[in-house]
Write a protein that binds this ligand. Structure first.
Ligand SMILES: NC(=O)c1ccc[n+]([C@@H]2O[C@H](COP(=O)([O-])OP(=O)(O)OC[C@H]3O[C@@H](n4cnc5c(N)ncnc54)[C@H](OP(=O)(O)O)[C@@H]3O)[C@@H](O)[C@H]2O)c1
Length: 436
């Protein structure tokens, strides 16, 4: 007989755990009708059992031991919303090895151990779903794995970290320094007390590793991805970028060209007319180009209790349907071979450069000579008087290999008229594509 009830256990009842529980409670009847069965949370584990939660825990046996969830033989699905990779990893692997399906929102876990985990899940015939691990409430994993699976994905480019997007938005709109904008993000709960993972781009790297693994059907290691954070972006850069018709965003970029991948996370100038330029505050968006669909963009709330809860409940429903139809373990994480990743010095980009020089005749000519000799062609240049006796020069180059640009910069830095190279930021001028 068809199952009437699917039993769920939660490990973690923090922001996401309580958010998902709230979605299950609020939409209970609607979900039961859609599924044709009931979802029932019977067990949960947290660190501090006595801590009050913003959602009713009626009918749920709560303990301080995650293994009580993993070992409960009545559970069909375990939802891991603990975070970190130490205890969470043990719980997730433990659940899969006991034949339980898993829903997780843990990007670091999936990015670092996804390959191992999915091999294990395949062997046990269970599903592991992780929609909430990238861009919170925005559906992007399912679309890439299923709706867009008939495409060859050529590139994807996303704003996948709300904290850094909020900071850059504040710096741009209110002229705040990076430090002040970070403090405000922390005061509003958008940034952790230790914000390194967000600010230095690690969080975006985990997300890009997950997205590109699925998009290009190839195993991607976190170490394959070039990473730069936003701590070096100054208010002046945002102002100059604006004057030039650009926004500065922390972008996660993945491209596939003739079997070779380009994978990078760094701040970049994008034209103000590009759809990603309008993504501000804590919002996230992912732009995908497929060889059949053309360009598509996914936009929404990249974090928060209910948006991420929505993704978790979507995954639970997906697995529950598979259980009800006896067809779990259908979609593997990766089937394709490994692909080479282009080293950063061979990547071709345009660059924005801000330099401070001595204000005297011949400076521009000296710099231009070096740029010419290193085959760096300048698309645009602005000069502005700065403090006594110095000028600030902003350059935007035509596309050039990073290796050539680095060589030119090393020589320019040696010129006695060059006081400082303040900023070097890549420019992503995305061409609008058509299917073909
Ligand atoms: N917050 C978001 O908007 C968001 C969005 C997307 C993805 N995520 C990811 O979702 C996961 C959870 O994030 P969150 O913001 O919900 O974290 P959180 O608010 O810190 O909640 C973590 C929960 O795990 C419990 N916990 C911690 N260690 C445990 C252990 N050893 N055994 C049992 N329970 C334990 C905590 O218990 P106590 O409550 O008793 O301390 C808490 O309930 C992370 O992987 C995060 O990266 C979060």
């Amino acid at each position: 007989m068809r199952k009437q009830t699917i039993n769920l256990g939660f490990i973690g009842l923090g922001t996401v755990g309580c958010g998902a529980l709230e979605v299950l409670r609020r939409n209970e009847e609607h979900i039961a009708q859609r599924l044709g069965a009931r979802l029932q949370v019977t067990r949960a584990a947290v660190r501090r059992v006595e801590k009050p939660r913003p959602v009713s825990l009626e009918g749920i046996a709560v303990s301080a031991d995650g293994w009580e969830v993993v070992n409960d033989p009545h559970l069909d699905i375990v939802v891991e919303v603990v975070g970190g990779v130490v205890a969470a990893r043990e719980f997730v692997f433990g659940a899969v090895r006991r034949g339980k399906h898993v829903v997780t929102t843990n990007k670091e876990l999936i990015a670092k151990y996804g390959r191992e985990l999915f091999a294990e899940a395949r062997e046990r015939g269970v599903d592991v779903c992780f929609e909430g691990s990238v861009a919170g409430g925005i559906p992007i994993i399912h679309p890439l794995r299923e709706s867009l699976a008939g495409n060859q994905i050529q590139e994807l480019m996303g704003i996948v970290n709300g904290t850094t997007n909020y900071i850059l938005t504040k710096m741009k709109r209110e002229g705040m320094s990076f430090e002040d904008a970070l403090r405000e993000a922390q005061a509003r709960g958008y940034a952790e007390a230790n914000p390194t993972d967000d600010i230095e781009g690690h969080d975006a790297v985990y997300k890009l590793a997950i997205l590109s693994t699925i998009a290009f059907d190839t195993p991607i290691r976190v170490e394959d991805i070039y990473r730069e954070g936003i701590s070096q972006v100054a208010v002046e850069d945002l102002r100059y970028a604006d004057e030039l018709g650009y926004e500065i965003k922390l972008l996660a970029i993945a491209k596939h060209e003739q079997g070779v991948l380009e994978l990078r996370v760094h701040p970049a100038l994008i034209p103000q007319e590009h759809p990603l330029a309008a993504v501000s505050e804590v919002f996230n968006a992912i732009f995908v180009r497929g060889n059949a669909v053309g360009d598509v963009m996914f936009y929404g709330q990249g974090a928060g209790a209910l948006p991420t809860g929505s993704a978790v409940v979507g995954d639970i429903l997906d697995i529950a349907r598979n259980i009800l139809h006896g067809c779990t373990g259908r979609v593997p994480l990766v089937n394709g071979p490994e692909r080479p990743v282009r080293p950063m010095e061979e990547v071709t980009c345009s660059y924005y450069l801000r330099t401070r020089v001595t204000d005297r005749p011949g400076v521009l000519a000296a710099i231009s000579t070096i740029l010419g000799e290193e085959r760096v062609s300048v698309a645009l240049m602005r000069q502005q008087l700065a403090e006594a006796g110095t000028a600030e020069i902003v350059w935007v180059t035509h596309p050039v290999q990073e290796r050539n640009l680095r060589r030119a910069l090393a020589r320019i830095e040696q010129l006695d008229v060059v006081r400082e190279i303040n900023s070097l930021i890549r420019v992503e001028a995305l061409k609008t594509g058509k299917a073909g």
